[in-house]
Design a protein around this ligand. Structure first.
Ligand SMILES: [Zn+2]
Ligand SMILES: [Zn+2]
Length: 112
């Protein structure tokens, strides 16, 4: 039991360090950016943009009809090559085609 080699200790240390880094890095990062934002007096949710991009249409205000993912991928490629899209787009109902929402945190704070 006394004969743990330096290599084993180093291996264990590096292994647990990597594990901790993998688990905690995103949390630490989020914590730091949140505290930075609040120390700057910025909104934690949107960073004072007062807008949050719509996840339904990715901020474009329009979504493609049909929802055929594989087909949409080919269509995107076709469009990027200069072709005319064969897929109809429709107004995003999630954001009323605005592409973004008013930040609920900011609108709460600043509507007073
Ligand atoms: Zn939308
Ligand atoms: Zn905000």
């Amino acid at each position: 039991m006394d004969h743990i080699t330096a290599n084993e200790i180093a291996g264990l240390g590096v292994g647990s360090f990597l594990l901790c880094a993998t688990i905690y890095a995103p949390k630490v990062d989020a914590f730091i950016s949140n505290s930075q934002r609040s120390s700057l007096g910025m909104c934690k949710r949107c960073g004072d943009l007062r807008l949050i991009a719509c996840t339904g249409c990715k901020g474009t205000g329009r979504v493609k009809e049909g929802g055929l993912l594989s087909f949409n991928m080919l269509d995107d490629l076709y469009e990027s090559l200069g072709g005319e899209s064969t897929v109809k787009t429709t107004r995003c109902t999630k954001c009323q085609a605005k592409g973004s929402f008013c930040c609920p945190d900011c609108s709460k704070l600043r509507s007073v």
